[in-house]
Design a protein. Structure first.
Length: 95
């Protein structure tokens, strides 16, 4: 896959938000544990289009995924109230 839609870092964040182990996320999304582990480590391990679709389908059923330029850039628990979009948040300097 040349342009992944989800990064390893965002996958780990989603898993942490769901409170799931790698084994649980792999089973629930239909990936092998080895595939998920290799992907989450990063280091250039990418998911196939088929596996990425499986993972995103599962995560989008559990979380609200925020996309920018066809990539997941943020995520929230479904139904969570948010004050602003994580894509638009800017740090302000306090006086």
């Amino acid at each position: 896959m040349a342009n992944p839609k989800i990064s390893a870092r965002m996958c780990r964040a989603a898993r942490a938000l769901l409170g799931q182990t790698q084994a649980k996320l792999a089973e629930a999304s239909g990936l092998s544990l080895a595939t998920l582990r290799r992907f989450e480590v990063g280091e250039g391990h990418l998911l196939s289009d088929k596996n990425e679709t499986k993972l995103l389908d599962y995560l989008s059923g559990k979380l609200t995924l925020v996309y920018k330029d066809d990539r997941v850039t943020g995520l929230f628990e479904q139904g969570a109230r948010r004050k602003s979009s994580p894509v638009q948040v800017k740090k302000e300097k306090l006086p």
